[in-house]
Design a binder for this molecule. Sequence first.
Ligand code: ADP
Ligand code: SF4
Ligand code: MG
Length: 380
Amino acid sequence: MAERKNGAVAEHLNAPLGEPILQVRGLVKHYPLTRGIVFRKQVGAVKAVDGVDFDLVAGETLGIVGESGCGKSTVAKMLVNLERPTAGEIRYKGDDITKLSGRALKAVRRNIQMVFQDPYTSLNPRMTVGDIIGEPYEIHPEVAPKGDRRRQVQDLLDVVGLNPEYINRYPHQFSGGQRQRIGIARGLALRPEIIVADEPVSALDVSVQAQVINLMDRLQTEFNLSYVFIAHDLSIVRHISDRVGVMYLGRIVETGRDAEIYDHPTHPYTQALLSAVPVPDPEAREHQERIILFGDVPSPANIPSGCRFRTRCWKAAERCAMEVPLLAVPAEFRYEAGPAAHDSACHFAEEKQVVPQEEPGPVAPVESVEPPVEPTDGSA
Ligand SMILES: Nc1ncnc2c1ncn2[C@@H]1O[C@H](COP(=O)(O)OP(=O)(O)O)[C@@H](O)[C@H]1O
Ligand code: SF4
Ligand SMILES: [Mg+2]
């Protein structure tokens, strides 16, 4: 279970900016490690997610960031019910969806949809774009009566900036960015309230990343969506996130509002991730501090004692091996109203400005009107 020790003061400072639509508490996913062929015996567990707490407020974007293997996709899969948690709660509008089944679960699943990481492999190559986008209607026919589905799918193509006439084409006839637009249209088909986007732009070129993020930004307002937006790179989530949670080895180690995390990080892991963020301005880049992390991420089957980041932390001390740091506002900031007063799971949390203060990242300005995108030969 995740430990939190926020007192009243800390709760006040870290209160999300509205009523939560999703509340995640003590979320755990352990995959058993077994040995033996006839008599299978559990010899350990891969602790992919090891006690995660967060709230998602209606209409906001929560960015979840961390290196590969830290448990982001496993969290995403539990949110959309593709994986059953080992422990913990996922409350959607108050109901714990991990306890629901049958019709009640189906109704909730409609409202929480996922956009997958790799548009090259997540779309069935043998289905037309129309069938891919309209497939969710087979499970939820009440959303679009059969006679009206084609029109609804064409509307969705239009909404994501693709030409509705291409409804009968196949995924290979589109570029990566266009395919991710198709993935997004499919995610929107059931008119969900929440979209869990698992590294939706990581497989795309930088210029295309910006277009897809801008599209998601626009759709958020248009459809009043709440996003859980996952990325391994802090620069990608900056543009779109209201709040950010930084994950390391199955836990959130620092969380706060966008500017708190980018401009006033207090956890050494966040500071290291930020030091690797590309800064476009060459002069600002000169002032950016580089923090090189030594060693590899430990195996989630063998998590270090105390602070799980200690094997790579340049500030690690004896206490770090003995005592698990709690995700809370550090004592030294607890009575401050400043931006350093946000949750950070470090015994020696300290504010450090790593990135010169300007908005980093590859994102272009949001276009008010996007022209329909034509399919290509699939090479872009
Ligand atoms: N089905 C599974 N069985 C065993 N281990 C798994 C399984 N799925 C994921 N893992 C392990 O859990 C950890 C977290 O994986 P994942 O959630 O995919 O991380 P991320 O999305 O942050 O890269 C990794 O070490 C991964 O190998
Ligand atoms: S608790 Fe110790 S090891 Fe962990 S991040 Fe803080 S200083 Fe580093
Ligand atoms: Mg992943």
